[in-house]
Design a binder for this molecule. Sequence first.
Ligand code: HEC
Length: 204
Amino acid sequence: MRRAAKATFVALGAAAVVTGLVVGKGLRHGFSARDEPTAAEAWVARKLRILAIPALERGARNPVAVSAEVLTSARRHFADHCASCHANDGSGDTAIGKNLYPKAPDMRTAPTQHLSDGELFYIIRNGIRLSGMPAWGDGPAADDAESWGLVHFLRRLPYLSAAELAQMKQWNPVGRLEAQEDERIEKFLSGEGPADPSPSHHGQ
Ligand code: HEC
């Protein structure tokens, strides 16, 4: 059998198994997003996901050279776009990340860190179907230096310093609003700002 046909065959078989498991479990326990996937569900879903990534893309090498600038820019991007679900440290410990089904994983640990660069890149660009993980890439993959920068950053997740994490808080969408608000209140108190510091007069 041709390789592609074989992969499709295996994927279809596995899909049937996972559907059986999911439906069976759903009928017994309901389809709440609060449940934990069973170990079998999680294993099959992960295998299927990896099978679904074309071999060429799985083996793709990161074309972006790692540098301090690339890492800082990716860290900023992650704080702005990814941390609402994944948390600044990649633990997934956020109100949204914990309540999705499947949950946002702890990306500092082996299952994520053992994914190849190509797999991480593919996941960032294409998202993960039937999960909360959105697709981020548009335009040709070859031009997507930003997603490749994120791949470098994901490798750094287990080693982020307290200072780097503190800086990311300022870059989180909520942190940014709070920082703007603090600045406005400070200006008001020092007599330079607009007269009323109440949040309802934001003007944006
Ligand atoms: C709306 C919530 C949400 C946002 C925003 C989000 N993700 Fe995810 N992400 C998830 C969930 C949920 C999963 C787990 C899906 C699964 O296990 O099938 C996931 C999985 C992943 C994975 C696969 C990890 C693994 O081990 O399987 C990577 C890599 C990833 N996300 C990177 C990112 C990056 C980079 C960004 C920002 C550009 C981002 N995500 C933004 C929810 C999100």
